[in-house]
Ligand binder design. Sequence first.
Ligand code: BGC
Length: 836
Amino acid sequence: MATRRTRTPGPGRGRGLRLAGVLIAVSGVAVLGVAPAGSSGQPTAHAPVRPSRLVAGMTLEERLSFVQGRWDDPRQQVIGESGYIPGVARLGIPPLRMSDGPAGTRAAPDSTAMPVPVALASSFDDDLARQYGRVLGRDGRARGLDVVLAPMVNTIRVPYAGRDFESYSEDPLVNSRMVGQEVRGIQDEGLIATTKHFAANNQETDRQTINANVGEQALHEVELSGFEAAVQAGTGSVMCSYNKVNGTHSCGNDTLLTSVLREQWGFRGWVMSDWSATHAPTDILRGLDQDMPGPPLGPDYFGAPLKAAIQNGSIPVTALDRSVTRILGVMERFGLLRCASAEGPVPGCSLPARPRFDAAASNAVAQRVAEDGAVLLRNKGDALPLTGDAARDIALVGTPAVVPVIGGRGSSSVNPTSVAVPRDEIVERAGRGAQVSYHPGVDTVGTVIPGSALSGGAVDHTGDGALPTRSYDQTRTLTAPEDGDYLLSIRSTVSNRTLTVDGRQVASGNSYRNDTLTGTSARVHLTAGTHEIGVKVQGYQEGSKLSVQLTWTPPQAARADLASAVSAAKKARTAVVFVYDEQTEGADRTTLALPHGQDALVSAVAKANRNTIVVLNTGGAVTMPWLSSVKSVLDMHYPGQRGGAATARLLFGDATPGGRLTQTFPLDDAHTIVSGLPRRYPGVDGQEEYSEGVLVGHRWYDRQKVKTLFPFGYGLSYTTFAYSDLKVVPRPGGLEVGFRVRNTGDRAGQEVPQVYLGPSPGVRNAEQPVRKLAGYQKVRLRPGESRRVTITVSERQLQYWDSSVHRWVTGAGVRDVRVGSSSQDLPLHRKVDPSR
Ligand code: BGC
């Protein structure tokens, strides 16, 4: 259940937000009643009203208005709002305003761009996940939202999947714990969480059509466990996904939406579709309650067609009433029906007050997550933190040092309230007298392609020249002066971008950054001569101008950029190279290699400077052919708007990297769970087999004995830890695993002790991992401090899903219990029979 704070009505009422030239009234407190207390003879206190009674008093049209999204919010916020349900003013039922999620709330005019969820999960910190949720909850409520389209708890099954950064982990236990805490955090603040995308939405390739064939055991033990945890945490809503699961679209999937969600888990909230994931009015009979976003943006299934079906009796009106009652049930839980009654709005009554937007409080959590979720992957000779001369003579290389990479692309993109720039933060921290130079190395911003090289002249519509339109679609002829690799970039404000070269799409991605141009880039090999370049930009900002640029870094400039970065690195005591990628909703990566020639950049810099540090601003696993030639690698993920500050603090040792990998980093593209297995991924003829079963992520690497670049659970600190004294005690319904962890270094540090459980002997009818993660706990230890840690392994961790009886069964017999600092470093070991 959500706990709600009672607040006195705040001063926010009628506050105006100026956005894109439109003044939008944001009502902090909606006061629906007009009559003064007692004057009408009606009760002034909230008279509890049953959703079913409200439904009974509604017209068919009013009922239908709850089950399909609309796009005519009178207060529509041009950046942000993804969906709108108008409510019924006649009965005092307020509207529902929804927006994405999950890396912050996407709201107007701006909001806190949090580190992406995979960064949060890397902290392995339950409390922090709750605080993260609270930021979303508070920001979202303050910005006028009622529902956030977050969290996303799909498994990181494939390292190529475009939205892995929006999710948490390859491991079901991490997913479950993170999502539970985040849902609680969001809803603590009175915002309704929407856990998505239910289910098996684990890739972007063919996401609308792919049929995920998943065995029952794998489905329950891996993909569904996070959703189950979200339901247990009380998620108000669940979003069904685009894809099919075992032959049926998720949003019309009776097994998922009714048998599993409602009957097995007891879910009492409502199911909304992903945007245009509904396929028929009859989906309402299978468990879908709300079709989003509705026409004109989406097809019309739950509007006129559903109405006709109800009127001709082919769909019973009780199906509609059930869905409306579910939605109202959640609204009631969140206090949103306080002013509603079957007789009309309750006079003098007010809805839950909205908090003030608290940028400082949200920033503090954003920064802490960026620091505590940062994973130190390598630190040869303790090159980090930077001290002495190494901290005072630095060459910064890589565009992300000055153009911060705060998030991934797609619906999760957030227009930030402010952004810390790594270079500025590093310069400040390095202090007076220090040398900090900057060199792009690989310039992904580039320069506007001049009219001399582009038919129709330069594409450069910014400032006063911004376009008074929402879309831009042009094909131009580019004359390449020489054979070579060209970095091409579409740069624009709030928009969806697609770049094609000679008819082939080479890059896509969208961003909700409002005042800042962000780029979608590709490095393409062009022969000297002419090429067709397609620039497609679809803006989201109603009534606002669209800024668009087409830029390039041609080969000659690229050579000069590389040379100047190398020569600066040679002269400096330390080289810090920022590398990044552009992971996005809507497209998977085709390789784990860094894009845009950045591997060559790191190698060249590392050759020039023996003290090279690499900072990753990447959304997931990447390969590192240069690894042995650099001193340190710090994985910051996409670290949100405070990422620049967090990076500086970590580099200089003001903070310690607290993260561990929540996904395996494969050695290369030939050593992944899907290498050479197109049926496993991305699927063949629309069919995809989850043939790895329950052996997802580290479990597969362990079983197949495949070498990794970095294993699951791995991450260094600026100090070291020792493990000892393991004791495992069976307890009713689980195990108590106790051991000692000691900080053996001279700096404070964070460690994530992990408990892994071996298979249960004698189980014949189910697959079992060699080792599965069964528990973990974040600990913070002062230098020299030693602490006894006790981790409870729950009954569920001792169980497997028995598909022959369709339920969880506890495995019998003696099991291995191992404890340590990653899935590959488990120094403590005991055998135990949990039943004794
Ligand atoms: C995404 C969802 C998102 C929705 C609304 C869809 O394309 O898959 O995650 O919540 O759009 O923006």
